[in-house]
Design a protein around this ligand. Structure first.
Ligand SMILES: Nc1ncnc2c1ncn2[C@@H]1O[C@H](COP(=O)(O)OP(=O)(O)OP(=O)(O)O)[C@@H](O)[C@H]1O
Ligand SMILES: [Mg+2]
Length: 257
């Protein structure tokens, strides 16, 4: 755990995202503390994925500010956010099926020498310092996730859970300080979900901060300290899951949703 634990890494201030008349995110404010796993929950259509997409720089906000690690990053494009340590994964796992598992990790990192993904596909590797370090980092991650034996298999042969792991490892290749996860357990078997939960707890223990959108409230209960509840584009409530379960307002939002 870093010495900065307990301080704020992400500060979302009155964030709004409108699509025409739809206020998908409608004045959302909350913070994420360093080294914490913060939950973002709420019924379908509450605006969770949109909020995550705006924080990750995938879509631009209609209004509001985002501070990350002490800087106002509201205007930063996605790659600039990744460079300062803010990385998101997507609600659906995306892998390049024809690339091997390790290649899927290596293509995640933007090349400084302008080496293209096409070059990698063609097997044109340049085994210089930068590449070697990336390969070492990828191998270490595969080892951590128990997937070393899959390194050279085409990603299309991986199971759903393994593809999900690839998606997360790919994000970790960028050495994030804060990882935004949109329903990482979706579609996984209960036992794979538990393995992924354990992995996320270990990552947080190593100082990584996580903002996790998750439907399964028992998972949220096990993983998250603070939980932010959204409904209809707004923050309805925040607190620990055990307290939120007792809240009439939160119960109603889930029934209505
Ligand atoms: N690109 C878009 N264009 C128009 N409306 C959108 C767009 N993206 C999201 N919305 C709308 O914004 C609202 C919030 O959607 P969002 O996907 O953020 O919800 P969510 O909380 O992630 O839901 P779920 O739990 O189903 O994933 C919904 O009403 C949705 O239809
Ligand atoms: Mg969503």
């Amino acid at each position: 755990m870093s010495g900065d634990a307990g301080t704020v890494i992400l500060d979302v201030d009155r964030l709004e995202k409108h699509y025409g008349g739809v206020h998908a995110v409608d004045g959302v404010s909350f913070t994420v503390e360093r080294g914490s796993i913060t939950g973002l929950i709420g019924p379908n259509g509450a605006g969770k994925s949109t909020a995550l997409a705006v924080i990750g720089g995938y879509v631009s906000p209609t209004a509001g500010r985002i501070h990350f690690d002490g800087a106002d990053i509201t205007g930063y494009p996605m790659h600039a956010r990744a460079r300062v340590g803010l990385v998101r994964t997507f609600q659906m796992a995306r892998v390049f099926g024809n690339l091997t598992t390790i290649e899927n990790l290596l293509v995640a990192v933007p090349r400084q020498r302008g080496e293209s993904a096409a070059g990698i596909l063609a097997g044109k590797w340049f085994w210089r310092g930068e590449e070697r370090q990336l390969v070492e980092r990828a191998r270490a991650l595969l080892d951590t996730f128990g997937m070393s034996t899959k390194a050279d298999d085409p990603a299309r042969t991986l199971s759903g859970g393994q593809k999900r792991a690839v998606e997360i490892m790919r994000a970790l290749m960028m050495k994030p300080k804060l990882l935004l996860l949109d329903e990482p357990m979706a579609g996984l078997s209960p036992s794979l979900s538990r393995q992924l939960e354990d992995m996320l707890i270990r990552l947080a223990g190593d100082g990584l901060s996580l903002l996790l959108v998750e439907h399964e409230l028992d998972t949220v209960d096990r993983l998250c300290g603070k939980v932010v509840v959204m409904a209809q584009g707004r923050v309805l409530s925040e607190g620990r899951m055990a307290e939120l379960r007792l809240s009439r307002e939160v119960q109603d939002a889930y029934v209505i949703g």
